[in-house]
Write a protein that binds this ligand. Structure first.
Ligand code: BGC
Length: 909
């Protein structure tokens, strides 16, 4: 018997989260076992408010009992009502198909936040403010208090209009940056919860907080400052529970003290200016003399939502050491961190009191070796530190971040910078994907996609992290969302972003092109939604459903999505979508997809996804009506844009790719359209012309149509324009545009030329789903039923891909050597997989050295089932475990290498 144990316990979207507001949190786990073919037949969950009682099973708030079910993802808590500010512990055990129980899991936990407004005893306090044009000083706030008896537990709940850093007795509370992150502050603000039990002591204590501008009043994009207001303020509550069972609450109120300090200004776009001479030593410790500090301003209540943050916080996730340093002609130092990244640098230095160090950050260099900053537009990305001159000093900014690979350091002559370290930040999502191939350029491209996600998943999915923009563009986000979910566990991040999208939705039902939404239109009734952007309001919940089985996200936003569909129908009664803003297939190269064809395709796609989502949440009537709407739009699309020979209006790669991906064409026309698509690619010397939309759809539809080799040719192309062109020219992140820099012309379009834009990296999805072949079965949400269907091609000798889905790690490694295809596959427990193996007529397939069929078993009775031949693949079904298949490989280098198509358009899935 192999041991079985549930692991990786998650509550809602996070591991052991603190401060959640969901009244019935959803619990998930994975199961670890070496047994082949493990399927869960039952589970039992125990939840207790007392860890000891959970361990000895003496007291629970919920005992699910033994539930006969294979569900291990998003099981709803169903016990007694959960209480505000209370901590809960849980464990789970499962049974296998034979009725054998597992061991109990380790203990997971979560704590509830403040569930009702009356649980907030704290007051909003903040700066005594005056309208400010430029950046302003960060406020330092403090409060002393006494603890007279032993503490059992202590929790801080805090929220802010601005960005807050909290400390207790001189120690930083938590590791978060920019808390509580960006929301539509008119509508809602988040709070965060921290366990501070270990930081309190009997006797005198002090709590402190520093309040920066953040997104609330700092610069955002080109809109300037104070977009939400000027009144920076926070609300903080320390809930103390003593060993004797009594409770006490220390809250922010007018009894706190406030002062300015060393942070003279700190702004996301502009950078930070820090004068160490103005530090207040020991300001956040007990015993500090704050008699010269003043009383803060007290503010009235906030009428909007105060909700717990459901996404992982922003943290420093890794550090980078310089790979090169040199002195520039100007005398400044240039430091190369070797990687375009987002965050800031920490410096260690010595120098005289009052001496200055200025750090300017940039992504790329001019031909003369100086930093190129034209593409930052008005963002200054500059940090300045003024030394206090007391031996070795350390500095890193608190309330700003930069997009950069290079740092230019200009300092007074007496300053010695001893050490400089890059600090990489992003929302702390768990990495879940990996890919290594025989091609170094492809590996770098894959790494660049990952780095670009790290750089731009900062509270919202931003377009870019460096210039005066950094907004949550919905089009870019939806295009990249599937790739993002392979790279990292992005379920909570996108669930939070959907709230931003819903908060931004106009009264007309229109979704916006950015979220949170900033534009100051006075008359919303004239707002026109942008095709391909606004549709994110439907595409993102659908993506979260198919990847994570998140039905609740669909329910939560169903009305918003239905209002969006009603808006589309109302504005486009003839079902050709002409009512749209103009972006279209943004940044395509000499290939304009007509706007109405582009927009109508997205209209149809949304209707289709709404039909599928309605079905998923049991709304069968709506499913039928959206299904019928899809058919009607599809018919109109064909009448208006598709010629009899399969040519599609505009004849662009994007036009064809969208029509094929979104299932807009009748079967016969599909083949013709695919042929036109490949002809265009060939005519352009095997180059891509799509912008940020077509890029997601292009390689998947080529593979579905049987043009597998064409997909590989595009991937491996390294002349302009192509992905590997940027890689060959030193890119370490994905460029915004194909032509941002060329050998011939150098940098172009400085007004819109980011070197860290993930949209064109949406090919990552294809890399996982087609090259690695790790996909879900089209009929089942999530990865409960997996498909391993790699598109093998001799242009690569091996591909090794892995993805940690909600059930565990899936691995697909293939190689081709001496005409033998070798596939190593790992399927996680509690799933089954259909495994597609290249099939050459009559050739046997071996699994772990045994020919199949014929009963490849591992002695436990778990076998590999032959599902027969589909297209040019032989398909086997297997349960969890590790498998190794070998067979003869038939070349797929012919123009149409044949396909594994069984009539399902998997691209869209
Ligand atoms: C952004 C894009 C975005 C676009 C809208 C740009 O400024 O950087 O990524 O989608 O505007 O067309």
């Amino acid at each position: 018997m192999h041991s079985i144990i549930p692991t990786h316990l998650k509550t809602e979207y996070l591991v052991n989260p603190l401060g959640i507001d969901s009244p019935r949190p959803r619990l998930s786990w994975m199961t670890e076992t070496k047994a082949r073919g493990f399927l869960q037949s039952a589970y039992r969950i125990l939840v207790s408010a007392d860890k000891r009682q959970l361990l000895d099973e003496s007291g629970f708030v919920w005992d699910s009992g033994k539930v006969n079910s294979d569900q291990s993802v998003f099981v709803n808590y169903d016990g007694t009502p959960l209480l505000s500010n209370e901590r809960y512990y849980w464990k789970v055990r499962v049974w296998d198909a034979g009725g054998n129980p597992s061991e109990w899991s380790d203990i997971g936990e979560w704590s509830m936040g403040l569930l009702s407004r009356s649980d907030w005893k704290a007051n909003w306090i903040g700066e005594v403010f005056a309208p400010v044009e430029g950046s302003r000083e960060a406020g330092f706030f403090r409060k002393s208090f006494a603890i007279g008896r032993p503490v059992r537990s202590a929790t801080i709940h805090a929220t802010a209009f601005g960005a807050i850093e909290i400390s207790l007795n001189g120690s930083r509370v938590g590791e978060d940056y920019f808390a509580p992150e960006w929301t539509d502050y008119h509508t809602r603000v988040h709070y965060r919860t921290y366990d501070v039990t270990a930081l309190l002591r009997e006797g005198s204590n002090a709590v402190g907080s520093i309040l920066g501008e953040g997104w609330y009043s700092g610069h955002i994009a080109w809109y300037g400052k104070n977009l939400y207001g000027e009144a920076l303020r926070f609300m903080l509550q320390l809930n103390i529970r003593y060993e004797d069972g009594t409770e006490e609450t220390i809250v922010s109120d007018a009894s706190w003290k406030e002062s300015k300090g060393p942070i003279l200004c700190s702004d996301f776009l502009m950078g930070e200016r820090y004068d160490a001479r103005l530090e207040h030593g020991g300001w956040n410790e007990a015993g500090f003399d704050d008699s010269a500090w003043r009383s803060p301003h007290a503010f009235g209540d906030f009428k909007g939502w105060i909700h717990a943050q459901i996404s992982p916080p922003i943290r420093v996730m890794e550090e980078k050491e310089p790979i090169a340093k040199q002195t520039l002609a100007s005398g400044a130092q240039l430091v190369d961190l070797g990687q375009n990244m987002v965050g800031w640098v920490r410096i260690r230095l010595t120098g005289e009191r009052g001496s200055t160090v200025t750090l300017r950050y940039a992504e790329v260099l001019n031909p003369d070796g100086s930093i190129y900053t034209d593409n930052l537009r008005t963002a200054k990305q500059t940090d300045t530190y003024i030394l206090k001159g007391e031996g070795e000093e350390r500095y890193e900014p608190k309330f700003t971040f930069h997009g950069f690979r290079y740092v230019e350091i200009a300092a007074s002559a007496d300053v010695n910078v001893i050490e400089i370290t890059g600090r990489v930040i992003h929302n702390a999502m768990k990495p879940t994907g990996g890919l290594v191939t025989s091609d170094a350029g492809v590996n770098r491209l894959f790494g660049n996609i990952l780095w670009t996600q790290r750089a731009n998943f900062i509270s919202v999915p931003t377009d870019c992290p460096q210039r005066d923009e950094r907004m949550g563009w919905t089009g870019d986000a939806q295009i990249f969302s599937r790739t993002a979910t392979y790279n990292m566990d992005a379920a909570g991040f996108f669930a939070k972003y959907m709230t931003d999208i819903a908060d931004a939705q106009r009264k007309t039902g229109a979704f916006t092109d950015t979220a949170p939404f900033l534009k100051g239109f006075s008359d919303w009734s004239t707002f026109v939604a942008s095709a391909g952007w606004a549709d994110a309001g439907v595409i993102i919940p659908w993506t979260m459903y198919v990847v994570y089985e998140d039905r609740k996200l669909i329910e939560d936003h169903y009305d918003a999505m239905a209002a969006w569909m009603a808006y589309l129908v109302k504005m486009n009664p003839g079902l050709l979508r002409t009512d749209t803003q103009y972006y279209g297939d943004w940044l395509s190269l000499n290939a304009n997809t007509p706007m109405d064809a582009f927009a109508t395709a997205y209209f149809a796609y949304c209707a289709k996804l709404m039909a599928d989502m309605s079905e998923a949440v049991g709304r069968t009537e709506q499913a039928a009506s959206y299904g019928a709407l899809f058919e009607r739009i599809r018919a109109r699309y064909n009448e208006a844009f598709v010629a009899e020979d399969g040519r599609i209006a505009g004849e662009t790669q994007t036009g064809y790719a969208m029509a094929l991906f979104m299932d807009l064409l009748p079967e016969e026309t599909r083949r013709q359209a695919a042929a036109h698509l490949v002809a265009d690619i060939e005519r352009r010397g095997w180059h891509i012309t799509t912008g940020i939309h077509g890029i997601k759809y292009l390689l998947p539809v080529l593979c579905e149509a049987g043009y597998e080799d064409a997909a590989y040719r595009l991937l491996l192309q390294d002349t302009y324009p192509s992905w590997l062109y940027s890689v060959r020219n030193g890119a370490t992140t994905i460029w915004e545009r194909w032509d941002g820099w060329t050998e011939e012309k150098g940098f172009q379009n400085p007004g819109m030329n980011s070197f860290n834009h993930y949209a064109l990296g949406a090919v990552g999805e294809w890399m996982y789903r087609y090259m690695g072949g790790i996909d879900r079965h089209p009929d089942t949400p999530g990865f409960k039923h997996i498909q391993i269907r790699p598109i093998m091609n001799e242009r690569l000798s091996f591909v090794d891909c892995r993805y940690e889905c909600s059930y565990g790690t899936i691995r697909s490694r293939w190689s081709i050597e001496d005409d033998i295809a070798d596939m190593q596959v790992t399927i996680p427990p509690n799933t089954i997989a259909d495994i597609y193996i290249p099939y050459a007529d009559g050739e046997p397939v071996y699994e772990s050295g045994q020919p199949i069929p014929g009963g490849a078993t591992d002695g436990t009775g778990a076998s590999v089932i032959d599902l027969g031949i589909i297209g040019n693949r032989r398909v086997f079904q297997a349960g969890s475990g590790e498998y190794r298949f070998r067979t003869r490989f038939k070349s797929s280098k012919s123009p149409n290498g044949g396909s594994a198509n069984d009539g399902t358009n998997r691209a869209q899935r």
